[in-house]
Design a protein around this ligand. Sequence first.
Ligand code: GTP
Ligand code: MG
Length: 370
Amino acid sequence: PDVITVQELSNRMAVRGVEIIKFLMRQGVMLKINDVIDNDTAELVATEFGHTVRRVSEADVEEGFIGAEDIDDHLEPRPPVVTVMGHVDHGKTSLLDALRKADVAGGEHGGITQHIGAYQVRLENGQKVTFLDTPGHAAFSQMRARGANITDIVILVVAGDDGVMPQTVEAIKHARAAEVPIIVAVNKMDKPGSDSTRVTNELLQHEIVVESLGGDTQIVEVSAKTGQGLDELIERILLQAEVLDLKANPDRTADGVVIEAKLDKGRGAVSTVLVNRGTLKRGDIVVAGSQFGRVRALLNERNEQLTEAGPATPVEILGLDGVPSPGDSFAVVENEARARELTEYRIRLKREKSMHPVGAGATSMADMMA
Ligand code: GTP
Ligand code: MG
């Protein structure tokens, strides 16, 4: 099932709706201007009127993004997206906070005032790196379950005084399933009793083989507390990123993934999103999961207003009519009618797919009503 209407197809092809309706009639299909046509028929119509049809990826079609132009022939280098994972209390957030000090744009920003799940640093050499925190693995699992592999590199944080623990193993599984390279950061090296050799051996039991043992996993001893090893960690990240040769097209309408979202008393729905492709702009109409709205403001991690955000940039967006779920994909659409159509389609899809009773795990009004 898909969701292009006769009207929309007519707009897109710049052909009068009545011409399409007449053509369809000749094929034995009776449709009115606001009726929905399925993908195959739409393709047939388009071809009939002399348009070449570009089918976007299966996943996009699933999501209902038929028609999103997908011309990724103009690719530019983009920053790596690095996700920090590991066992509870092993220092993921502390490490991210410490790495943030390498941000030249941040300046002498004093302490970090708010919890940030996603931010971008600009290094002295001008390179940018995007970091994502994982408070538990819920968001990451959800994203992976939906096939949205948003991370390029996983930093596996292992406390040197605690070693490999259950969530460390979980994180390894996630990274493997996503086929993402792992850089091990043995943290808390300032603590007496920290032992990176022990960590290396424990990792071996999970088939993570570090370079010194002939494997391909990089390992760095660090301390989020003293700053030990952080420069080296950044170097390794950049090295890995170079190997991956990451690129994206900034010159298209944006899409990406919701990292986290909440309802703020004063500001309404606040969603942190990561732009995957294209450039997200203030004023864009966005569909995120089964929510939509016009982007009223774009904010970076320093609460600065942006006018746009390119590939691999995490931003907070204001203006959605509800709170999407972590892992939801988002995309810019051409107008509100299209946004409505898409969200309705998604709600319908969700309802059809849902095995659970209405309201189970609901995170928004739309979910509950779906
Ligand atoms: P969760 O998000 O709850 O899973 O924890 P986390 O992995 O983000 O750990 P967090 O950064 O909150 O750190 C946990 C505790 O370890 C805090 O008390 C930190 O101060 C401490 N800690 C983190 N890194 C270091 C380090 O390098 N050295 C020392 N001595 N303590 C550290
Ligand atoms: Mg944390």
